[in-house]
Design a protein around this ligand. Structure first.
Ligand code: HEM
Length: 508
């Protein structure tokens, strides 16, 4: 009996060793033999490229630095292959391969949710597929008339600028990353759930703060917990949710509470629209509830409406807040270019009146500022690439054979430092984006909002938000660079480790 148990354990260890070490290693070697200099091989068992990025962060204070150095050494590099779980992850760092993954063959792979608490996201647009995704994309696009939402944006921004004023006045240091994400949260929760929803409080916190905290903690947990990674590999997403730790249960119960408040809001809206009101708002929740009542999509449920609004809130939150903070950092870090941005903004918006009535067309006059924003995106892209995808149908990408079951992703941050596409890539050079110059290289080399049918649905909205935030900031505040060295880290966004990088003061 004991011997049988002993051999079973040995057999299991052997199978595990084969699946996590030998099989991925063999595949990596085959890829290297076939593609030579076009591919970089990294054997980091189970957690794959995350271990490589962490190593880079430890050595250089930048998770992307090792890849950027590889790119500088070998601009012909197309992909990085790493072991991941029982298989191999192929990460494209090449514009044409990105096009092949995200445009030409986008239907041949499905997205993998990176987080365990996908209960609140699984029916939302980010992780839906096929016909369901198509319907959702159309429905959400229909609710995207930014003009009406803009009102909240400017109103909230004014309020939060006052808070920032107070902090600066009292010499309290301002964490710009947190600050702008908070603004974004306050706006987003109202844009997607309706104006009154943002006033809900949970344990003394605004509902947008509580939701952000849950998402942040969930993401950190799912990337750092080995237990979670193993559970997921062996049991799969659905079954893994049946064996929860105390920490997981707590996070889930917090998200259930938000779900419950959101469901109450949906019921309220249903009652309102059943009464055939004359006023019909175009906040996302209103559009979805009207679709639900008219059965435009017969499969749409209340739970799906709830998850869709939460998904949109989350998709909109970190990326925009993070890039605004990066842009403010660049104003201080690249002073000469920053001063030119200030000059342009002051000439397009010379008075308080012009500032109070910003029009969309005015934003088109910010030529230099737009190029500055693009160069900030190139250096400090908040979103380094796309979510992982599992290949469901084999395809060819150049001379790469992508097989069913492979995991793929596109990571464009290193591509943006490829000297073949961006001359002298480490230089912060606004001119490269002035008058559409970047298109002279490869138009898929700079894609901060992704490309293809599943590109960012909020691109236009966030570009307006970014510009308006910058205008308000420049008109009210100055910033200078502190001596703290810049170190970066990567969770779902690429962000600075230290928040004390700049000093903010009032404009005279
Ligand atoms: C600087 C700001 C932003 C950046 C850099 C950004 C970047 C991205 C990227 C790279 C993707 C592709 C993800 C993938 O395919 O795996 C994406 C998708 C998406 N983004 Fe954004 N995003 C930003 C702001 C927003 C905003 C403000 C919203 C909502 C209003 C939003 C909503 C979405 C949604 C719903 C998707 C999924 C689209 C689909 O699968 O069809 N994003 N975003």
């Amino acid at each position: 009996m004991l011997t049988e148990l002993f051999y079973t354990v040995i057999l299991l260890i052997g199978v595990l060793f084969y699946l996590t070490f030998l099989r991925p290693l063999y595949k990596l070697l085959m890829l290297k033999i076939k593609h030579g200099k076009e591919i970089l091989i990294k054997f980091e068992p189970i957690i794959g490229i995350h271990a490589y990025l962490k190593k880079s962060e430890k050595i250089h204070g930048d998770p992307m630095k090792l890849l950027k150095l590889e790119m500088a050494k070998n601009p012909k590099l197309k992909a990085v292959a790493c072991s991941l779980g029982f298989g191999v992850l192929i990460t494209s760092v090449d514009p044409d391969m990105n096009k092949s993954f995200l445009i030409d063959n986008y239907q041949k792979s499905v997205k993998l949710a990176p987080i365990f608490n996908y209960k609140i996201l699984k029916n939302g647009i980010i992780f839906s597929e096929g016909e369901q995704w198509k319907k959702q994309r159309k429905m959400i696009s229909d609710s995207f008339h930014f003009d009406s939402k803009y009102y909240f944006f400017s109103q909230k921004f004014n309020l939060l600028t006052l808070i920032m004023f107070k902090k600066v006045q009292n010499r309290v240091s301002v964490d710009s990353q947190l600050f702008f994400t908070k603004i974004k949260g306050e706006i987003g929760i109202r844009v997607f759930f309706g104006p009154d929803f943002g006033d809900h409080q949970i344990d003394g916190k605004n509902i947008s703060e509580e939701l952000k905290e849950i998402v942040d903690q969930t993401i950190v947990y799912s990337y750092t917990s080995i237990f979670f990674q193993l559970k997921r590999i062996f049991l799969g997403d659905e079954l893994a949710m049946k064996f929860l730790t105390a920490k997981e249960k707590k996070l889930l119960s917090r998200s259930d509470r938000i779900n419950q408040i959101a469901m109450e809001q949906i019921e309220k809206k249903i009652k309102y629209y059943e009464g055939q009101p004359s006023v019909q708002s175009d906040y996302l929740i209103d559009v979805l509830v009207r679709n639900y009542l008219t059965k435009q999509d017969p499969n749409l449920t209340k739970e799906q409406i709830c998850q869709q609004c939460i998904t949109m809130f989350i998709a909109a939150l970190d990326n925009t807040g993070c890039i605004i903070a990066w842009i403010i950092f660049c104003l201080a870090n690249y002073k000469e270019e920053g001063d030119k941005v200030r000059q342009e903004i002051n000439s397009v918006f010379p008075t308080q009146e012009t500032l109070d009535n910003i029009q969309f067309d005015d934003l088109k006059n910010l030529n230099y500022t737009s190029a500055f924003i693009d160069e900030c995106f190139r250096h400090y892209t908040s979103s380094m690439g796309v979510f992982l995808r599992r290949v469901v149908e084999p395809f060819k990408s150049g001379n790469f054979e992508i097989q069913k079951g492979d995991i793929i992703q596109s990571l464009w941050h290193p591509t943006q430092f490829n000297p073949d596409w961006f001359e002298n890539p480490d230089k912060f050079d606004v001119n490269r984006f002035l008058n559409g110059k970047e298109k002279q290289g490869n138009s898929y080399a700079f894609t901060p909002f992704s490309i293809g049918p599943r590109n960012c649905i909020g691109k236009q909205m966030s570009l307006v938000e970014v510009k308006v935030s910058l205008i308000y900031f420049v008109k009210k505040f100055n910033c200078i660079r502190n001596s703290v060295p810049l170190k970066t880290t990567a969770s779902i966004v690429y962000k600075p480790v230290d928040q004390n990088l700049i000093k903010i003061s009032f404009c005279l």
